[in-house]
Design a binder for this molecule. Structure first.
Ligand SMILES: NC(=O)CC[C@H](N)C(=O)O
Length: 202
């Protein structure tokens, strides 16, 4: 538990775009630390899982003994926010995952990995997100989309326009939140702000 008034938010730091998340969280006044060991996780009020490569993340989480401690914290109500590969890590089910690919789970969703296809595997576009006024610029890099959501899951954003229009790209379930895109890229901290509000309310 924090000793300051600000929440202490960990960023899973074994793989992925950790620095961008740390910088965005700090810009919001949070204490933010990279998490590589269970002892570091234990000092955090919440955890962000960055973008990167979900199969590598899962393997490293196993090797470094973080998989089960993070699962236990999530089961105990710790808020967590996953972006892109982080969304895959928080999903209960994957379509087109690697053989035997493990996730942390917690979110009652099915994600399709690399869902947007090879030709347009990276793109940017504006979308609207529940809880945020005005458009959010979404950066998608070999992103997953959410194929199915369970009854307790709130859809926060969908792709607007193009072939993938209507696809779910942001969700929330209790203290867990995930986006297919990378709000840590660029200087708009509003999506992280939504998560920090959730942490403060938890
Ligand atoms: N930008 C990203 O995080 C890409 C995710 C990656 N395609 C994966 O499966 O893990």
């Amino acid at each position: 538990m924090p000793t300051t008034g600000q929440p202490r938010i960990g960023v899973f730091a074994l793989q992925g775009d950790v620095r961008e998340h740390l910088a965005t969280l700090r810009s919001l006044g949070c204490e933010a630390i990279g998490v590589r060991r269970p002892e570091e996780l234990a000092t955090c009020d919440a955890l962000v899982i960055p973008g990167g490569e979900s199969t590598t993340m899962a393997k490293l989480a196993r090797i470094f003994g973080l998989m089960d401690p993070i699962r236990e914290r999530i089961a105990g109500g710790m808020p967590a926010f996953g972006t892109c590969a982080g969304m895959i890590m928080l999903a209960d089910r994957i379509v087109d995952g690697a053989v035997g690919q493990e996730t942390l789970g917690g979110l009652d969703i099915t994600v399709r990995r690399n869902a947007f296809g090879r030709q347009v595997d990276s793109f940017e576009g504006n979308l609207h997100m529940t809880g945020i006024e005005g458009p959010v610029h979404g950066v998608f890099i070999r992103a997953p989309w959410v194929e199915e959501v369970g009854p307790g899951v709130e859809v926060l954003a969908r792709v607007e326009g193009g072939e993938a229009a209507g696809r779910i790209v942001a969700v929330r379930q209790g203290a867990l939140m995930a986006t297919s895109f990378h709000p840590e890229v660029g200087d708009d901290a509003r999506v992280h702000g939504l998560f920090v509000d959730l942490v403060r309310g938890a």
